[in-house]
Design a protein. Structure first.
Lengths: 756, 262
């Protein structure tokens, strides 16, 4: 790691004397004490001995001299030559760079205040070695010396506890102090009354931490602090939402309406629930709402408030929540115009799936059938509740099978509008062929045609009865929804007992099986001429539609094919079709998801992953969710043998988006996401001065604002000796000899004058 | 299901044969499914040296004709005799095994064919032409025990779906009045092999002039009508499986059963 330093190093050469450097300090003091004691005893002894002044002077002098030499023998003085450098104190500056810091009040953002504070700090701490880091989200990044980071971070939060942990492993030199420049609105340490919770208990324990508050004043803001779901999101079942709404006291919100909407592809957002936040007592109110999401998969939910006038930050008045809605059970409606072995096979397969709630209505008797009964009570028949089904209960079904039923005869065509809207709002529709299906059942020209992947033609021959083997198209071979069938039967399909007359495939829809000999009849509206589609898939609004223009899929379960596969081919075929309609991920050609978050005005990234290695061009077509207009952006990349790819998206505006990933001939895979204006980062606009003060206090530091950075104490500069040379005055043995000789002379004098 | 006020028609032999002729010409409901593989066909299973019964086989076409006349189901009026060893046995999920006496043990190929048919989910009707002796029924059970040894024979409740799949009935009907219960081999939740104690095919068998070949005993015409209804119910069971067991039908059927006694 390169340590950023903003000061020069001052080096001086020093010369000084050291004493007994190899002995502990107490030995020097001890020897002096012993020497003085010795001197004192000697003086007392001389005074009591009644000696003449010559003897007394000689003994006294020898005592001092011997004491001097013994002391020198112990202390052994030496001269030291040293080079000493003064590096300046090391101070770490942590700059909060979460997107929250771009919140602006009175024309100044917190990031701008942070930059000013940083400049003041650099000036104040001139001569101090500053190492600057930016922290946001879960990352900590060392900055170039004296360079302030660009305000482009996508991180939605900042976590001081995590940052200090990371910093401790980054530093290779203990910092004299840490200075944090932030607004204090961190994820951690959490708000607490207890001061010890803010003390740094990690490896940096004991390091002084100062804080610089750049949050400014509390904005006059009403916002959605958070949206939380209680329990799992299950389709058709009530989901409890807790919306936490904040309103600054200065704004005087009173009662604020709260609204929950679901964004669906191709249709206007639908209101799921409404409530009210009452701010008469508190500035933070929890609003409980219950919503029912009918469709499984990724659903985009928008929660918004009607903030009062004077709200300074509009961007946090709404939040987008991406719900991954699961299904408890699959609720399916199966309607058949007449009982056949094809109907039997489909019903048997659907009933065999324990996760399916199947509601069936089969037309068992027509107006012209002669039951030979005198009264209805002899029959086990019930009326076909067409009105009830297609008005009251329609939205409760995840998918609807319409199999060979005459829409005019059984009054379905009166509800084609409802059925089309059902599909556009996320429902699944599977049309299965037969004499009364498609054009044979008055489907052509009705509102339902707009959601079908194929065009319909009013033909005198709505079907034929010639056996044929469907031809699998390139898209059919690439489609993951037909992969289970391919695994069972390979490319061998059974012959089908005739085909419905269908028009050309619509643009954006895909033909998986086509007729080997018949061509799509010319039609005036749309469609691409070519072989007649037999099996086609397409998206319509938020829903998906499958059309199968034959009533012979039961041949996958019976006959030679059925025997060869033990009937598994039939299940594999319909499992793929129904699974694709229900947006099961395993049947998508690719999976797309936003990498991180999408914030309006900031470029986002999309991660696309594939089940297998993929070659070729991959494209993403982005559309606004509620719009049917042309794409807002299309991005393309060519890849070679890769299982995943990261796309850079252009900057987007706020709202829900739908991305269609296309790879080769495979059907497009869809993924939905939302871009927010404020996002989580701006949801809570209040600066937290109290937490800044608590952190500084708990760690021996000081909390200041950007205006009074000069009040921060400058830490002492540590000094480092880079060169040191020791030169003894005399060799040790000379000191020892001198001391011994002086002691000997002193002893002889004492003997001469009569002392013991 | 759309219900209209029932009306009576003259059920003549002329109409039966007229319908048969139209069917063969491709103009009746039997071609109202694209191709014919999806339509009901009353097929008879032929095993070993079991003697053919041309007289009773005429009941197969009658069965299809009655089904077409009375219901929306398309059907084929051809009398198909399918060998148990033939791959064609697996083309469709319905076959009727009729006989009147003891039968020789099934050949291994026949056993494999019937086993595959049952394992694919097919419905096999064992129709004893002489339920008084019960020889055929016993022999068929003996052979089927070798085919699906893991599936025992059980007695179906009178509330089973075969008694309400189109008409409301309380018991099986046929040429003779046999047991009030139908025994069956149930696999999963489906009764796949039904042992009929009443010679159903005998009640449907017709002469070339369209009249019925055998008298129904002891109740004559009424028993014939109920036999036809039972045959229609079985066909509907084959086509719709347990559709009438769905919860949506339950309240209606309870009310109607309370009002009508067959």
């Amino acid at each position: 790691m390169v340590d950023a330093s903003s000061c020069s190093v001052a080096t001086v050469t020093e010369q000084f004397i050291v004493w007994a450097e190899d002995l502990p300090y107490w030995s020097v003091g001890g020897s002096l004490v012993v020497g003085l004691l010795w001197l004192g005893i000697s003086l007392l002894e001389i005074h009591r001995a009644r000696l003449n002044w010559i003897s007394r002077s000689a003994v006294y002098l020898s005592t001092v001299i011997s004491l001097f030499f013994v002391t020198l023998a112990i202390l052994r003085p030496a001269t030291v030559l040293a080079k000493v450098s003064s590096l300046g104190a090391k101070v770490v500056v942590l700059i909060d760079r979460s997107r929250r810091m771009s919140l602006a009040v009175d024309g100044h953002s917190r990031a701008e205040s942070a930059e000013i504070a940083f400049q003041k700090l650099s000036k104040r701490f001139e001569g101090v070695r500053l190492a600057s880091y930016e922290f946001a989200g879960n990352h900590l990044k060392l900055l170039e010396p004296s360079k302030f980071p660009e305000p482009n971070s996508n991180s939605e939060y900042s976590d001081l506890t995590l940052t200090l942990d990371k910093l401790s492993s980054e530093l290779n030199e203990k910092a004299s102090a840490i200075v944090i420049i932030s607004d204090g609105r961190w994820e951690r340490p959490v708000e607490s009354e207890e001061e010890q919770n803010f003390g740094n208990s990690g490896p940096l324990k004991g390091t002084t931490i100062h804080t610089i508050d750049v949050g400014g004043r509390v904005p006059r803001d009403a916002s959605i602090l958070s949206v939380q779901t209680v329990g799992a999101s299950v389709a058709h079942q009530p989901l409890a939402l807790e919306v936490v709404v904040y309103c600054a006291e200065s704004l005087r919100c009173g009662k604020v309406p709260v609204r929950v909407k679901e964004h669906k592809k191709g249709v206007s957002p639908q209101i799921l629930a409404q409530g009210e936040a009452n701010f008469e007592r508190d500035s933070i109110v929890r609003v409980g709402l219950e919503v029912v999401v009918e469709r499984a998969g990724t659903r985009i939910i928008e929660v918004s408030i009607d903030a009062p006038s004077g709200d300074e930050i509009k961007e946090n008045d709404n939040r987008y929540v991406t719900l991954e809605v699961v299904r408890d059970r699959l609720r399916i409606l199966h309607i058949a115009g007449r009982p056949t072995y094809d109907v039997r096979a489909l019903r048997t397969w659907l009933k065999g799936d324990s996760s399916v709630d199947l509601v069936s209505f089969f037309i068992l008797r027509t107006d012209t059938d002669e039951t030979n009964t005198e009264e209805d009570s002899e029959l086990a028949l019930i009326p076909f509740p067409v009105d009830e089904l297609f008005t009251e209960h329609l939205s409760s079904f995840d998918a609807i099978f319409l199999e060979d039923i005459d829409a005019e005869r059984y009054r379905l065509n009166g509800y084609f509008g409802n059925l089309a809207r059902y599909v556009e709002q996320g429902g699944g529709l599977l049309l299965v062929g037969g004499p009364s299906a498609f054009s044979g059942g008055s489907y052509a020209g009705g509102p339902i045609e707009r959601v079908l992947p194929v065009t319909l033609v009013k033909s005198e021959h709505p079907f034929d009865t010639v056996d044929f083997i469907p031809r699998v198209t390139a898209a059919g071979r690439a489609a993951r929804l037909l992969e289970p069938l391919r695994l069972v039967v390979g490319d061998r399909l059974p012959s089908m007992p005739g085909a419905n007359t269908l028009g050309a495939i619509k643009s954006q829809s895909v033909v998986l099986w086509e007729h080997p000999t018949r061509s799509a009849l010319p039609v005036k509206t749309g469609g691409v001429p070519g072989p007649m589609p037999v099996l086609a898939i397409g998206e319509a609004g938020d829903g998906r539609v499958v059309t199968l223009g034959t009533d012979g899929s039961h041949r996958l379960a019976w006959g030679k094919e059925g025997l060869a596969t033990a009937g598994r081919a039939y299940g594999a075929f319909w499992d793929g079709l129904l699974g694709w309609v229900m947006r099961e991920r395993r049947f998508e050609s690719a999976l797309g998801e936003i990498d991180g978050i999408c914030i309006a005005g900031i470029p986002a990234k999309v991660r696309v992953s594939f089940t297998d290695h993929v070659d070729g061009e991959v494209s993403i077509e982005l559309r606004r969710l509620e719009s049917t207009a042309s794409p807002v952006a299309t991005v393309k990349r060519r890849i070679a043998h890769e299982k995943g790819i990261l796309f850079d998206l252009p900057t987007l505006v706020e709202g829900g988006y739908s991305g269609l990933v296309r790879i080769g001939d495979a059907p497009a895979a869809r993924f939905d996401f939302a871009c927010e204006r404020g996002g989580k980062a701006w949801s809570d606009s209040r600066p937290d001065k109290r937490r800044l003060i608590q952190v500084a206090k708990a760690n021996g530091g000081k909390s200041v604002t950007s205006a009074n950075v000069d009040e921060l104490p400058i830490p002492d500069a540590p000094q480092v000796t880079s060169f040191r040379q020791i030169t003894p005055w005399l060799p040790t043995w000379v000191w020892a000899l001198g001391g011994a000789t002086a002691l000997a002379i002193h002893w002889l004098l004492r003997r001469l004058v009569g002392l013991s | 299901m759309t219900i209209v006020k029932p009306f009576q028609r003259n059920w003549s032999r002329r109409r039966f044969f007229g319908g048969l002729a139209l069917s063969l010409l491709g103009l009746s409901k039997s071609v109202q499914a694209m191709g014919q593989s999806g339509t009901f066909s009353a097929r008879r299973l032929a095993t070993g040296k079991q003697p053919a019964s041309v007289e009773r086989d005429s009941g197969l076409a009658r069965w299809s004709w009655e089904l077409m006349r009375r219901t929306s189901a398309p059907a084929r009026m051809t009398a198909n005799i399918i060998s148990a060893a033939s791959p064609e046995l697996l083309d469709e999920p319905f076959v009727l095994w009729s006989g009147s006496g003891d039968i020789e043990p099934l050949l291994p190929t026949e056993r494999r064919g019937i086993e595959a048919f049952i394992r694919l989910g097919g419905i096999l009707i064992v129709d004893d032409a002489h339920p008084e002796s019960g020889n055929f029924s016993r022999a068929a059970r003996r052979e089927l025990r070798r085919v699906v040894p893991e599936s025992p024979v059980t007695t179906l409740e009178s509330t089973h779906v075969i008694f309400k799949s189109f008409y409301l009935l309380k018991r099986p009907y046929g040429r003779v009045v046999g047991s009030e219960r139908v025994e069956a081999i149930v696999r999963g939740s489906t009764a796949q092999v039904l042992f009929l104690p009443c010679d159903l095919l005998g009640a449907l068998a017709s002469k070339p002039d369209g009249s019925f070949r055998f008298e129904t005993e002891p109740s004559g015409k009424r028993q014939r009508e109920l036999s036809i209804r039972f045959a229609v119910n079985i066909a509907m069971y084959v086509l719709c499986s347990d559709y009438k067991d769905d919860q949506v039908h339950a309240p209606w059927l309870m009310r109607r059963r309370a009002r009508w006694q067959p």
